[in-house]
Write a protein that binds this ligand. Structure first.
Ligand code: PLP
Length: 395
């Protein structure tokens, strides 16, 4: 039985009719940039997460970069983050000219270890960037408490955690700014690249909207005034029809980006957002089966405590004999993945930061043992059974 790690085709089949209709409607409308679907999806997503503002962008990496820029983080600043994550987290910090400062993770949750944060804080530290890895929430109460005590911003990287609950709230609603990715394989994914930034701050939302489109126009002017502390009346000429030509576009106030979510992607994401909770629930259900079936084996199953609902972006196991297990699963046509083989502090690109092997023993330990097995809402019961059977047979 051949089983993919994530089967996007099956997911598409479940929404095909509605998705096709919505996407075609956009094509026919010829309204491709920042149209009604984008505006509506932003409102719907903000409501879903429980925040005031959602600003859609071109991808999850841009979302992180712009979040950092909006907080004024750049050259000479330090941002504390986890060493056990996807590269984009650290990359965004480097991209704005700041330095990523890594901390180790908890052995059970795989998330940033809050007890390691304080020792990493220096005069230059501006923010903490926790990542809800594999869809499991970080201990945000502890992280926020440390941030508050030291006057630091918190930016949640929620790329893997669309819909994760922490103490009754959605992740993304627990910090100054949070970012999401809609890369196709994420729990909420589009048909290409997409991302979102969420915040409760009116000022940050304005600055982010300006950065998204070249720092131009009315938002650019407002953002410029906010950043420079200028209290200036902004007069907007209401008589222009800006659907075709907006003269304000050609007045620039900040060096920004061209990073928008396409109208086609927004139309699809609106269809998928309505399914997200159901899909996440099915993932949990599958995880419960995996957990129960593998409880008495040598595999280490994912951790969960009472206050966090895991949405299992990835279902991660640990084994002492990873190479052998992966080979045996491949021979049985079960796809696997290794997340992540090299922690950030040991990546070549960061050799100049001066980290060495042994600096973060938990992340290094995990990077040699963890692997992902198939996890998506459309996995069928006989496939789950087969996967469990094979895993038991191997070890
Ligand atoms: C996927 C991911 C990103 C980047 O998102 P893109 O949309 O691919 O740019 C950032 N952080 C984490 C933890 C991710 O998993």
């Amino acid at each position: 039985m051949k089983i993919a790690l994530i089967d996007l085709k099956r997911q598409y089949e479940t929404i095909r009719e509605e998705a096709d209709a919505q996407i075609l409607e956009v094509l026919h409308s010829a309204n491709y940039i920042m149209g009604n679907h984008v505006k509506t999806f932003e409102r719907e997503f903000a409501e879903y997460i429980g925040v005031q503002h959602a600003i859609s962008v071109a991808n999850g990496t841009d979302a992180l970069v712009m979040a950092l820029k909006a907080l004024g983080i750049g050259e000479g600043d330090e941002v504390i983050t986890t060493t056990f994550t996807f590269f984009a987290t650290a990359e965004s910090i480097s991209f704005v000219g700041a330095t990523p400062v890594f901390v180790d993770v908890e052995k059970d949750s795989y998330n940033m270890d809050p007890t390691k944060i304080e020792a990493a804080i220096t005069e230059k530290t501006k923010a903490i960037m926790p990542v809800h890895i594999f869809g499991y929430a970080c201990d945000m109460d502890k992280i926020n408490k440390i941030a508050k005590a030291h006057g630091l911003y918190v930016i949640e990287d929620c790329a893997q955690a669309s819909g994760t609950m922490y103490k009754g709230k959605k992740v993304g609603a627990l910090s100054d700014i949070a970012t999401f990715s809609f890369f196709p394989t994420k729990n909420l994914g589009c048909a290409g690249d997409g991302g979102m930034i969420v915040t409760d701050s009116d000022d940050l939302a304005c600055i982010l909207k300006a950065y998204r489109v070249h720092g131009s126009g009315e938002n650019g002017q407002r953002a410029y005034n906010l950043i420079h502390g200028i209290e200036d009346e902004i007069t907007v000429d209401q008589s222009t029809d800006n659907t075709v030509y907006n003269p304000l576009k050609y007045y620039n106030y900040l060096v920004g980006h061209n990073s928008r979510l396409d109208e086609v992607q927004a139309a699809l994401l609106r269809v998928k957002l309505r399914k997200l909770d159901e899909w996440n629930m099915r993932r949990s259900e599958i995880a419960e089966i995996y957990n129960a079936e593998l409880a008495e084996t040598a595999y280490v199953t994912p951790y969960r405590d009472a206050h966090t609902e895991h949405i299992y972006h990835m279902y991660i196991l640990q084994t002492e004999e990873r190479l052998k297990v992966l080979e045996e699963l491949a021979a049985r046509e079960i796809a696997t993945g290794v997340y992540y083989p090299v922690p950030m502090h040991l990546q070549k690109v960061y050799r100049d930061l001066g980290y060495k092997e042994g600096d973060f023993p938990v992340a290094e330990y995990l990077s040699e043992r963890t692997f992902a097995i198939p996890m998506f809402a459309e996995l069928m019961d006989d496939e789950i059974e087969y996967i469990v059977e094979c895993l038991k047979e191997i070890r």
